[in-house]
Design a protein around this ligand. Structure first.
Ligand code: GDP
Length: 477
């Protein structure tokens, strides 16, 4: 049940070099001729944004790849954008401003409906989809579930407040996901506005905007005075063109759940972001381990619609239960098939939970060993900036030709929920130096099988990491 890297790339209509690069990022350095196992192949498919329908161990369907559909019948699709940034830097204001200025006047009476995402129509008639749950928690939680729906991140930084802890976290999460970023320097209407100092400050976090010789686009905006919005939209469209986002609209729909809830009157409701194909009323679908038939769909303007194209968010009525955010959505041909896939997934999910239960480093290493992992990712939290930097510096130096440590995050403070989601998304353990995890973080780490290790002596920490990395390589070392 193995497949060569080039064959996998071929089947996905993806460049082999992109697959090789992804494998390296996943910690499985491989050449084009190397064979990888079914699980790794699935991981690659998921990372490329494809929903995998696995109804038996040998039956895997291939679809979306790198945000691009593999069908030959392709049409452009709108980019899906998430806005991130520190609290009070203007994420909500910017989402409101973008929605307000660009919603086609008179459409469905102009009443907006919160369904978790909305679409705007630009002046030159392009659509952009915004996920309207700002912040990196939602983004990372989705990614941890294998639902990388975001094509572009807009990082909002209020010029007067500057780079703050959540700004830094947003940068790290975006980088870990490999999603391009556009920096929106906000509150430019305030007296004494100075965007240059933000561009400068970003350099420290390895974000180089174009005027600093880098490749990251930036734009000065005011969410409240509504300036710079057109430029922001232009930059999103430019980035979108570079990404060449495409999908086949003429096939059964696939997508992801953006949010879901139980409505007292209507029953279970889920907002689905369609990623390929067209979702239609009457379609039979599976959402995670729930299934149903589309009885009605409502768009972000509160209008009832009969179909939804790629990158379109719609609220769907007709589920048997409430799915989770991030769950894959797949349209199938019959109720029997829907039940079968839902049950299979329920089984898979249960099996995964059991597999993940022993939350210790040893299990983690054996899992990584099986995956031939050659990159050792780590999340480091420490009591002071000085120790965080010292540990990250020392750990980053631990590398051989066979394995290399990679610090995803090194920052000050206790271990939080957000650290755990980041660690989980990348399969990394969390190292606490003179800090502990809070109750919530501990609970999630236990549930998701993320290893937590505490130290108060740097020397011991480094020794353990070295031992763990050597262990990961197996008996060859
Ligand atoms: P969020 O926490 O990032 O979603 O931030 P909000 O959108 O809630 O904004 C926080 C505060 O900053 C609110 O009082 C906004 O009115 C204000 N604010 C947001 N954008 C701007 C702006 O461009 N200029 C000014 N002067 N204030 C802004």
């Amino acid at each position: 049940d193995r497949i060569t890297v080039s064959e996998l790339a071929n089947r996905m209509a993806e460049r082999t070099s992109n697959v090789v690069r992804l494998l390296a990022r996943l910690g499985v350095p491989s050449a084009a001729v190397d064979e990888i196992d079914q699980d790794t192949a699935e991981l690659v498919l998921t990372e490329f944004g494809h929903n995998i329908v696995r109804v038996s161990d040998s039956d895997v369907e291939i679809g979306m790849v790198g945000g691009v559909d593999v069908d030959d019948h392709l049409a452009e699709r709108p980019p899906v954008v998430t806005i991130m940034g520190h609290v009070d830097h203007g994420k909500t204001s910017l989402l409101d401003a973008l929605r307000g200025t660009n919603v086609v006047k008179g459409e469905a009476g102009g009443i907006t409906q919160h369904i978790g995402a909305y679409q705007i129509l630009t002046k030159d008639k392009h659509k952009i989809t915004f996920l309207d749950t700002p912040g990196h928690e939602a983004f990372t939680a989705m990614r941890a579930r294998g639902a990388s729906v975001t094509d572009i991140v807009v990082l909002v930084v209020a010029w007067d407040d500057g780079i703050m802890p959540q700004t830094i976290e947003a940068i790290q999460h975006t980088k870990a996901a490999g999603v391009p970023m556009i920096v929106a320097i906000n509150k430019m209407d305030k007296a004494g506005a100075n965007a240059e100092k933000i561009r400068q400050a970003l350099l420290q976090y390895d974000v180089q905007v174009e005027s600093m010789g880098g490749e990251v686009q930036d734009v000065e905006v005011s969410a409240t005075a509504k300036t710079g919005l057109d430029q922001l939209i232009d930059k999103i469209m430019l980035q979108s063109e570079i990404l060449e986002l495409k999908a086949n609209p003429d096939r059964p729909a696939e997508g992801n759940v953006i949010e879901a809830r139980l409505d007292k009157g209507k029953g279970p409701l889920a907002t689905v972001l369609v990623r390929r194909g067209t979702l239609k009323t009457g379609d039979i679908f599976v959402m995670g381990s729930e299934w149903g038939k589309v009885r009605a769909m409502v768009d972000d303007k509160g209008a009832s619609v009969k179909s939804a194209l790629p990158s379109t968010p719609v609220e769907v009525l007709g589920l048997t239960g409430v799915p989770s955010a991030g769950d894959p959505v797949t349209v199938v041909e019959s109720e029997a098939r829907a039940r079968e896939v839902a049950e299979y997934r329920a089984g898979v999910i249960n099996a995964k939970r059991i597999e993940q239960e022993p939350a210790n480093l040893e299990t983690m290493f054996s899992v990584l060993r099986q995956a031939k992992a050659q990159v050792y990712p780590l999340v480091i939290k420490a009591d002071t900036q000085g120790s965080a930097e010292a540990i990250a510096g020392a750990v980053n130096k631990i590398s051989t030709d066979l394995i290399k440590a990679k610090v995803l995050l090194a920052s000050v403070g206790g271990i939080t929920e957000s650290d755990v989601t980041l660690a989980k998304a990348s399969g990394a353990p969390i190292i606490g130096f003179n800090v502990r995890a809070n109750a919530k973080a501990r609970e999630i780490a236990q549930r998701d099988g993320v290893a937590l290790k505490y130290y108060d002596v740097i020397y011991d920490l480094i020794d353990d990491v070295k031992a763990a990395m050597a262990g990961q390589l197996g008996p060859e070392l």
